[in-house]
Design a binder for this molecule. Structure first.
Ligand SMILES: Nc1ncnc2c1ncn2[C@@H]1O[C@H](COP(=O)(O)OP(=O)(O)OP(=O)(O)O)[C@@H](O)[C@H]1O
Ligand SMILES: [Mg+2]
Length: 478
């Protein structure tokens, strides 16, 4: 009798094992579950919500980006019937990403929700009965998780340009410029880096002061001295997107207003050639919009954590209200001078891999006479002769000799600009020029005369630079 019970028990166990194996191996359980879900969806009234990629004015919907990040991180993506495999940022990375029309499930606070990747939108469907209880906390949860992902993974940066008067279009931002590739005073470079680092950590600090968490920079200096490259280096350093406003395409202040309002947090908003913008009379309305934005009045209602960067060739010729550039509106002024001997040596080291050379003494002497060129001009000569450092340096010597007479003045101004730092209101650096009128050692009336002459002579020397190489790097990056 006991033996019969034992045999019966073993047979039942074996049968259960076989059925279990059959169910799992053949995916029967999965099919049953799927069918059951379909029935559940029919029984329960569903609420469907769409997250479109673009809003009504065709601006990018930031929630779409967050949902995309969130969904692509879900473990259910790995378990789904099918999904896409794509290469990640590094060549050996393989990541999963939702296929168009793919549907995946997610669970939140005991409720099941379904997401479908539709054309240009994500569709969320959840039970109406659950909506009141979970929708808000669920969206908040998506925000938090996507923010965490963004903090952790290197962002795919974007460069936005205004294609029309009030619309942005983005392309991947892949500019290779970094602070390491830019030739500038090491001290200044370090100060800017630590200023940016403390800005990144400064959310609480700014808020305690009742200020919007943003910082603005003015980069000024002659053409080809690295202003645009510096903006790219800042973006790469901070992992921020770049919004490059072409103000010539903006005619009304309302357009500029909506462009600025459509920018997102963790971005650098760049207005190049700000001097030209300021000098155009009909721009007065736009200027007030820009000033409101600089003051943080406009951007306080949208995302924070932004930099504004203005570039210009010279501050000297501006006939504008000095209030535009006052501290608070422009927090940091950085001057980009023409090359001096130490700048030349630094370029020779990065462009030619040469730290010392027998021709350096001769180059140093020519710089002593006041001759100078922009880093772009010197860089181009070095690139085109990079196989022979001697030839490259000789070509720089020849070019410097050509500008010698002219740049005797420009060189003095270029090199006499120095930076001093003061602790600003927000604890960062203010970089100002020493000397009256911002001219370093060249102050007063004589300085002004010299600067007028300098402007004229630079125009001449720029013309010379074009003859070196057709791709002389001017206006690059735009
Ligand atoms: N300080 C620098 N260090 C290294 N490379 C430089 C520097 N300045 C310029 N260059 C090189 O010269 C080229 C032009 O530089 P960039 O476009 O940044 O100059 P810019 O100051 O913005 O000129 P513009 O006022 O005409 O817009 C770039 O390819 C850049 O690599
Ligand atoms: Mg530029």
């Amino acid at each position: 009798m006991i033996l019969q019970i034992l045999v019966g028990f073993v047979i039942i166990c074996a049968l259960v094992m076989i059925i279990r194996m059959l169910l799992f191996k053949t995916g029967l359980i999965y099919t049953v579950k799927k069918r059951w879900r379909c029935i559940e969806n029919i029984i329960h009234v569903q609420q469907v919500l769409k997250v479109p990629e673009f809003n009504e004015s065709m601006q990018e919907n930031q929630l779409y980006r967050k949902v995309s990040l969130y969904l692509n991180s879900l473990s259910t993506l790995e378990d789904s019937d099918f999904t896409n495999l794509v290469t990640g940022k590094k060549p050996n990375d393989i990541v999963l990403c939702l296929d168009p029309n793919q549907t995946i499930d997610d669970n939140f606070l005991g409720a099941r929700v379904t997401w479908t990747n539709s054309k240009n939108c994500f569709v969320l469907s959840l039970r109406k009965a659950d909506k009141r209880r979970i929708l808000r906390p669920y969206l908040q949860h998506i925000h938090t998780v996507s923010d965490e992902i963004e903090q952790l993974k290197p962002r795919d940066l974007k460069l936005y340009t205004n294609v029309s008067k009030d619309q942005w279009r983005s392309v991947p931002f892949t500019h290779p410029s970094t602070f390491e590739t830019i030739t500038m005073e090491e001290d200044l470079k370090t100060k800017v880096k630590s200023d940016l680092e403390s800005f990144l950590k400064g959310k609480q600090y700014y808020h305690r002061l009742g200020r919007v968490w943003r910082r603005s920079f003015l980069l000024y200096g002659p053409s080809g001295t690295g202003k645009s490259s510096f903006v790219a280096a800042m973006a790469n350093f901070l992992s921020y997107d770049v919004y490059d406003i072409d103000v010539s395409k903006v005619s009304k202040d309302s357009d500029l207003n909506s462009l600025l309002l459509a920018t997102t947090s963790r971005s650098i908003i760049v207005i190049e050639d700000f001097d030209r913008f300021l000098m155009e009379k009909p721009r007065t309305e736009n200027l007030s919009v820009v000033m409101k934005f600089m003051d943080g009045i406009l951007n306080s209602c949208v995302a924070e954590e932004r930099l504004m960067v203005f570039t210009m060739n010279s501050k000297e010729h501006l006939h504008i209200d000095p209030a535009v550039l006052r501290p608070g509106r422009i927090d940091v002024h950085i001057h980009f001078p023409l090359c001096d001997f130490s700048g030349f040596k630094s370029l020779a080291s990065t462009y030619l891999g040469v730290k010392d050379h027998k021709l350096f003494a001769q180059v140093g002497e020519i710089f002593q006479t006041g001759a100078t060129l922009s880093p772009a001009e010197i860089g181009e000569l070095m690139i085109s002769n990079r196989n022979s450092p001697s030839r490259a340096i000789k070509s720089v010597i020849t070019a410097l000799q050509q500008t010698d007479g002219d740049a005797g003045v420009s060189g003095k101004i270029g090199r006499s600009k120095k930076f001093v730092e003061e602790v600003g209101e927000t604890g960062g650096v203010f970089c100002n020029e020493t000397g009256s009128g911002g001219g370093g050692g060249v102050g007063g009336h004589a300085g002004r005369e010299l600067r007028k002459l300098y402007g004229f002579l630079r125009m001449k020397s720029n013309r010379v630079s074009h003859s070196f190489d057709s791709g002389s790097g001017r206006r690059e990056g735009r």
